[in-house]
Design a protein around this ligand. Sequence first.
Ligand code: NAD
Ligand code: UFG
Length: 337
Amino acid sequence: MRILVTGGSGYIGSHTVLALLEAGHDVVVIDNLANSNQESLRRVGEIAGRSAEFLQVDLLDETALDNAFSSQNVDAVIHFAGLKAVGESVEKPLYYYHNNVGGTLNLLRCMERHDVRTLVFSSSATVYGASEEVPLVEKLPLDAVNPYGRTKEQIEDILSDVGAADERWNIALLRYFNPVGAHESGRIGEDPTGTPNNLLPFVAQVAVGRREKVMVFGNDYPTPDGTGIRDYIHVVDLAAGHLAALDYVHSHSGVHRWNLGTGKGSSVLEVLAAFSAAAGHEVPYEFGPRRPGDAAVSYADPSAALADLGWSAHKTLQQMCDDHWRWQKENPLGYSS
Ligand code: NAD
Ligand code: UFG
């Protein structure tokens, strides 16, 4: 198939583009480079031995997007493009709703005009909000607790309405848990701008000496070691989940929802121990207060993805940290190293 990948030069997008190319698909990437570097796709081309086509297009520019659909004869879309920083979304809600929801509306209208109705969308476990009913299952009511999460929830609602109105649409809503790690080559990985919001990239920057120590947000949670528990999933397993979902929706119409997680939770202290083992030295940390809005425990029930897609995550926390570390060590300043 010829797949259009929005946000394809970003972290999860670049790993998925690689998996698509390796599976024999042709790929066209659309990205405005707001939070990524085209170098990721150059390296993807190096690893795969062939390249994705790249178009620098902003989803908010509907004319440019429409031209892209006119010039490319695509069969399906994987839609990663979006802004994802929770704190920034609280400060700039309009920017987030405009970019994420507005960009998706433009994309859907272009898809409809060009008769492309197969879509895989990047949703997030954040749509479950502060639900502490673990493991999290797809049928739980959605209750996002911040503007970023609400953009994902609103897009899920829009896609559900679109799918209900016209059975020609084939839509997968993929709720990712905590994507971490990097391709085992160490050539592509996560390259956050500014201070990382998430645990793994922060730990990696401490381990490589760019930052002094990790602040562990709370050690008084009702968990075995008192620190927060999350379902970390290797980005390469996550990329494989997109191919499985794409295959499924290619032959099943309607709107489908799947958690993509391992089903296993790890605490912050377990992550720090695994990362220290990967780096070969202790990653310094100290305990601080809880971060507002954080759940104590969050992990997926991934059984629906296994039953429907035959997909499950295979890589261990140690592999996630080993691969994340290899990328960080060999590219201490990310793609601008
Ligand atoms: P990323 O920032 O690395 O990639 C997103 C890409 O979208 C970037 O390359 C950015 O330049 C592009 N983009 C943003 N707005 C755009 C626009 N208007 N037009 C064109 N391109 C635009 O993020 P990621 O971690 O790869 O996440 C990919 C998707 O997965 C996002 O939708 C994110 O919300 C979702 N997600 C991520 C996580 C996570 O922890 N990384 C968890 C759950 C869901
Ligand atoms: N944590 C620390 N110190 C840090 C950063 C994080 O102790 O410097 C802790 C958090 O308190 C939490 C765990 O590490 O217990 C993971 O935190 P992340 O910020 O990496 O991930 P979250 O689960 O809080 O949230 C992320 C994204 C959300 C998304 C969610 C599920 O930020 O947008 O994963 O996909 F919804």
